[in-house]
Design a protein around this ligand. Structure first.
Ligand code: ASP
Length: 440
């Protein structure tokens, strides 16, 4: 999703950052002098906010085919894992448990610090209008609340996946929606691994083609992101002034704190007590991987560096390193899962949407699954966040609010993702009985 950065051509994330800065400063100035003006209101509603919506809508349009192809292919790959037996099972078990821990850390922090609260009801109304969100729909909320737990669970299995795909972005749709589409995609992936034939291979190649095409659509939408971010941030800041800047600052703090706790706390404990190596020596040896992940924001691009480091600096047997790291670069994304959970709850707080217990559990489930399904590319999380937002009744357009600060958080969560992959490879190698370097 990023462009290359020859000198003449600024990389996309720098342009987005510039868009953020322009939107922010222009918004603050306009808020200071003309905050209450009716003309400003008219301009935002009819011109600036709609321009800001353009790139979001292009990304939205890619969400359903992306989720279908990415999850089905992801499971088809997991199907190959089973052939690898024990190593596969260990990797999968480790991935699910450690991803769950990361999501819970994030959710604990976001519930505790409440970065998204603090707007008054009037400000919220204004904000909803400025994003041209068709009002945070109370009927959806009551509809979702009225459904029993059993019915919610049953609805996860779609009777008609096409109806769920069509209803996925409809606030009044009462079926399983996007989660049901995810479940359907999982089934397709599973069935694909169980029917290996020439014809199903053609189908798998079709899915790969679909996935590539959809990624290109997202890439095209992202070209409009700098302008979009400037307009969206302007629309919000011109109306709400400094309040919203403070709220965004708190959001960045919560994500960073969660990522650091996972990196220095959870990984260190696993390294020291389960793998029995020195965490500090481990971190010292993987410096190059950390820097590559931070500067590229992509687990996939970092994979070659990670493979070399596992082999040369950590002494992980090659067959284990290759397998765990390749799979992990898309399937084991602890930082991403944490980020997705925090962002969804943050935006729910921001829009004043109370999430029921079932909805919070949905977020946890979806974030863990999304940690497995998110592409290891810059901004890979963003379409997935839209999807989870929709599934719990928070307006997907809300993602526009965090777009401006996403890149720095992307760089940071990618570091956690690849460090997590290397830790997973160490764990599997140790569990398989191999001696490792760096014994503590
Ligand atoms: N950039 C992340 C990665 O490649 C994915 C994401 O969370 O956006 O690991």
């Amino acid at each position: 999703m990023d462009s290359a950065s020859p000198r003449a051509k600024r990389p996309l994330h720098i342009k987005i950052f510039i868009g953020l800065a322009i939107g922010l400063f222009a918004g603050l100035i306009v808020n200071f002098f003309w905050g209450e003006s009716a003309t400003l209101d008219w301009l935002i509603r009819n011109l600036i906010a709609p321009v800001g919506q353009l790139f979001l809508r292009i990304i939205f349009m890619a969400v359903i085919p992306l989720i279908f192809s990415a999850l089905a292919l992801g499971v088809a790959e997991l199907g190959d894992i089973r052939q690898l037996g024990r190593i596969g099972a260990r990797t999968l078990g480790y991935t699910v448990i450690v991803t769950l821990i990361s999501v819970l850390i994030g959710l604990f922090l976001v519930n505790w610090i409440q970065p998204g609260t603090g707007l008054s009801e009037a400000e919220r109304q204004m904000l909803t209008g400025s994003l041209t969100v068709s009002s945070v729909n109370k009927t959806v909320q009551s509809a979702a609340e009225a459904k029993s737990v059993v019915q919610t669970l049953l609805d996860l299995i779609p009777k008609n996946p096409l109806a769920d795909a069509v209803g996925a972005f409809d606030e009044n749709y009462r079926g399983g929606g996007i989660l049901a589409v995810m479940v359907f995609s999982l089934f397709v992936g599973l069935a694909l691994t169980l029917t290996r034939s020439e014809r199903t291979e053609t189908f798998e190649r079709f899915l790969q083609g679909l996935y590539d095409v959809v990624m290109m659509i997202i890439h095209m939408g992202m070209k409009l992101a700098p302008l979009g971010v400037a307009c969206l941030v302007f629309s919000v800041v011109a109306r709400l002034g400094l309040d919203v800047v403070v709220i965004l600052g708190k959001f960045v703090f919560v994500v960073m704190a969660g990522l650091l706790i996972h990196l220095l706390g959870v990984y260190s404990l696993i390294l020291k007590y389960r793998i029995k190596v020195s965490p500090w020596r481990f971190f010292g040896r993987i410096k190059e991987v950390i820097l590559t992940a931070f500067s590229t924001s992509s687990s996939n691009v970092t994979l070659p560096t990670a493979l070399r480091t596992a082999d040369q600096n950590l002494g992980i047997p090659r067959h284990i390193g290759n397998f765990v790291l390749t799979l992990g670069s898309t399937a084991n994304q602890n930082g991403t899962a944490l980020y997705e959970g925090v962002t969804v709850l943050f935006l729910a707080q921001f829009f004043g949407v109370e999430l029921t217990l079932v909805q919070q559990l949905t977020v946890i489930f979806a974030a863990v699954l999304a940690g497995i399904g998110t592409a290891g590319v810059p901004g890979g999380s963003l379409p997935v966040i839209v999807l989870i937002l929709q599934s719990v009744g928070v307006p997907g357009e809300g993602i526009g609010i965090i777009f401006g600060v996403d890149r720095i958080l992307d760089m940071s969560r990618t570091v956690i993702n690849v460090t997590g992959d290397l830790t997973a490879a160490m764990y599997v190698a140790r569990a398989e009985g191999y001696e490792l370097e760096l014994e503590s």
